[in-house]
Design a protein around this ligand. Structure first.
Ligand code: HPA
Length: 291
């Protein structure tokens, strides 16, 4: 293994990112032979979907070398490998977020790991605030495109890396959200009688929720929903050559008159949990179509 050569002498050296990923994958190979085809990253309040995986092998995050450990309630960290709708899957429970203080390389580490376990498709979910005036709390939104605000301001998961084993650095994101998977999601939703919005997701760093001026700003630049995750994982999944489908559970609407009660993390978790049965039907239907 080669050590990453840090550009500045004060930066830590050690195993390269590719090397750390290989060590994590080797430890997983040592305990499970399953080769997942589909990876699921489950957002705030949505992680219990992983309980629907049959014949699960659960690997706690602390047992995987270099794997980041979540510090947020509602985000218990582990990988769950098993079968869903007859398809071998791996679920990332308890994603870590930029606002916890992790680097975006750490935030996206699980994506590189599940890719190397064999996953070709990434289904990623999040809780998000609705900005489109036609959205209501409880809506499901398929992400068609994103606004990477932290990335545009310099916090980007591919900054600093140029390890060829990780994939291309100058990556085209013009079709990051797979059009065919989106079509399939609409078909599955229709068959299941679920209504499904589609729109642009803006990522903010968090952890604060938006001011009214920030909400207006995000609406004007074309965002339909806002949240604090997903975009870095999608970028890395694309760099790794995965097909991506992303879904937002609209837990609250971040528009209109000031709400009577203030928005808190507990409200977001509770709203997401109420949406879990519908999200589960959609995801199971999608996975079944990926056979
Ligand atoms: N803003 C940012 N992130 C969120 C929100 C929101 O309103 N709701 C759920 N996650």
């Amino acid at each position: 293994m080669t050590d990453a050569q840090a550009p500045g002498s004060s930066l830590p050296t050690g195993p390269s990112l590719g090397g750390r990923v290989r060590e994590a994958v080797a430890s997983l190979h040592a305990r499970n032979a399953l080769r997942p085809r589909v990876a699921l990253i489950l957002g705030s309040g949505l992680g219990d979907l992983a309980d629907e995986i049959a014949t699960p092998v659960v690997v706690p995050a602390p047992e995987i070398p270099h794997y980041p450990i979540s510090t947020v309630p509602g985000h218990a960290g582990r990988l769950v490998l098993g079968m869903l709708e007859g398809v071998p899957v791996v679920a990332v429970r308890g994603r870590v977020h930029f606002y916890e203080g992790y680097s975006l390389q750490q935030v996206t580490f699980p994506v590189r790991v599940v890719r190397r376990l064999g996953a070709e498709v990434l289904l990623v979910t999040n809780a998000a605030g609705g900005l489109n005036a036609s959205f209501s709390p409880g809506d499901l939104m398929l992400i068609r495109d994103h606004l990477n605000l932290p990335g545009m301001a310099g916090a980007h998961p591919l900054i600093g890396l140029d390890e060829s084993e990780l994939g291309p650095r100058f990556l085209d994101l013009g079709s990051a959200y797979d059009a065919e998977l989106r079509r399939t999601a609409h078909e599955v939703a229709q068959v299941a009688g679920l209504s499904l919005q589609e729109g642009v997701y803006a990522m903010v760093a968090g952890p604060t929720y938006e001011t009214r001026a920030e909400m207006r700003f995000l609406q004007r630049i074309g965002a339909d929903a806002v949240g604090m995750s997903t975009v870095p994982e999608v970028i890395v999944a694309r760099q790794e050559g995965m097909r991506v489908l992303a879904l937002s559970a609209i837990t609250n609407v971040a528009v209109g008159e000031p709400s009577v009660s203030e928005l808190g993390h507990a409200d977001v978790l509770a709203a997401a949990e109420r949406m879990r049965p519908r999200l589960s039907r959609l995801i199971r239907g999608l996975v079944a179509r990926l056979q």
